[in-house]
Design a protein around this ligand. Structure first.
Ligand code: UGA
Length: 428
């Protein structure tokens, strides 16, 4: 099929590369000329495992065509996916201007019977609103649909090639058939529904996962009071298939470009209908306080942070990504610096992005360098490589052998045996 994808962020670029891999002809459009130039060279603007390989394959087969030209991308596309950003405004409301602007731009060039699909995360009713806007601008017959995306950064290609489910929300049989056809080579259950339901499935999914994280974080906080171990609690709970073991890792809370934004947007949506979504409010609140609580632990042990040399391992909002948007690590570092601590940090991928937000942050080339003469080490991102560090060697280099593990990454007993004062989340 001939497909156009508007926006080449994580969702747009991964979808473009995967659809091209499946044999479709894909025009990947972005307004950023530099980005399109680098995509044409086979370079991706962020770290995402396997994506560059797939991009290069698509370019070589001439099935993936990066472009800034709407006419080129849209005029012969049977399906147009809108994959632009929906950032949060001050009040928690999602800013939909990029979605509507994309709708308006494509309206000039669509061919008859084009299927325009929203993949951006948007409040219920947005796709219908976009339809009305496009209708005002064109006489051509077209259809709309909502196909939300569930890929995770760090495993985006894997998730897109092997989705758990594909949601197709549309009121048109024609659009439904076209979208089933476009996804037919992909596994995963295809759920067909109406547009508003599809839009809601996305928010409900992210909010539920965020709820699992805030729930286990509250259990962790209680474990600390009663002497239980939250990792074992999560294991014991997760073996019940009705609960499931994923997203029950206690820590310093969720970050990234999705959960914080989407929980706030769903809350805003509820409030705008005068619905008091109490549970969601608590999920957001717990996530906020979890970061503060962690700083409290650091203060409790180190007392005055002024002049302390603190080594931070991890800047990204999670492992396997260079993304620092809404990263708990960045917030915590800011607070440590505000209290006068000297922070030295290392991250396998996210140092350049962190430096943009925190220009005064001292960056180190390795975890070993971070540890030298430090008063304590703080583990703030769940990079697996931190697990296999030579912690005996690291201890020798530190001034005080104290570890604050915000991700419960290291083994409790092992750290105690080495002789660390080891503080983690919800573990005695
Ligand atoms: C999330 C969803 O998982 C995807 O399904 C969705 O498509 C995506 O948002 C989106 O809306 O685009 P992502 O933001 O890449 O994906 O990150 P996750 O892997 O979900 O992690 C989010 C945060 O939760 C991270 O900060 C992570 O460290 C934290 N987390 C995750 C925990 O604290 N505990 C856990 O058990 C799991």
């Amino acid at each position: 099929m001939k497909i156009a994808i508007i926006g080449t962020g994580y969702v747009g670029l991964t979808s473009s590369a995967v659809f091209a891999h499946l044999g479709h002809q894909v025009f990947a459009l972005d307004k950023n000329e530099e980005k399109i130039k680098s995509l044409k060279r086979g370079e991706i603007p962020f770290f995402e495992p396997d994506l560059e390989k797939l991009l290069k394959e698509g370019l070589k087969n001439k099935l993936l065509i990066p472009t800034t030209n709407y006419k080129e991308a849209v005029s012969c596309a049977e399906i147009i996916f809108i994959c632009v950003g929906t950032p949060t405004k001050e009040n928690g409301e999602p800013d939909l201007s990029q979605v509507f602007a994309a709708g308006e731009k494509i309206s000039k060039y669509i061919m008859k019977n084009a299927v325009i699909v929203n993949k951006s995360t948007v409040p219920t009713g947005t796709t219908e609103k976009m339809k009305l806007l496009i209708k005002e601008k064109t006489d051509k017959k077209f259809f709309v649909a909502s196909c939300p995306e569930f890929l995770r950064e760090g495993s985006a290609v894997k998730n897109t090639l092997h989705p758990d489910r594909i949601i197709i929300g549309t009121d048109s049989k024609f659009a439904q058939e076209a979208l089933l056809n476009c996804h037919k080579k992909l596994p995963g259950e295809k759920v067909t529904t109406n547009i508003r339901t599809a839009e809601m499935i996305k928010y409900a999914s992210n909010a539920f996962l965020a709820t699992k994280i805030s729930f286990i974080n509250e259990i962790a906080n209680l474990c600390e009071e009663v002497g239980a171990n939250v990792d074992d609690v999560a294991l014991g709970m997760g073996l019940d298939p009705r609960i499931g073991k994923d997203f029950l890792k206690a820590g310093i809370g969720y970050g990234g470009s999705c959960f914080p934004k989407d929980t706030k947007a769903l809350h805003f949506m509820a409030a705008s209908k005068a619905y008091n979504f109490k549970l969601l409010k608590a999920v957001i609140e717990v996530n906020k306080t979890q970061r503060r609580k962690f700083i409290g632990k650091v203060r409790h042990i180190l007392k005055n942070l002024k002049g302390k040399r603190l080594g931070v391992l991890g800047l990204a909002f999670k492992n396997n990504t260079d993304d620092v948007r809404e990263s708990a690590s960045i917030d915590i570092i800011k607070w440590l610096m505000d209290e006068g601590a000297h922070v030295f940090a290392y991250d396998p991928k996210a140092m350049a992005n962190a430096k943009v937000i925190l220009p005064k942050l001292q960056i180190c080339k390795s975890a070993e360098e971070v540890s030298k003469n430090s008063d304590a080490i703080l583990i703030l991102t769940e990079w697996q490589e931190f697990k296999t560090l030579d912690w005996h060697k690291i201890k020798k280099q530190m001034k005080n052998s104290i570890i604050f593990d915000g991700r419960n990454l290291l083994e409790l007993q092992k750290m105690k045996q080495i002789g660390f004062t080891y503080v983690s989340i919800g573990r005695p």
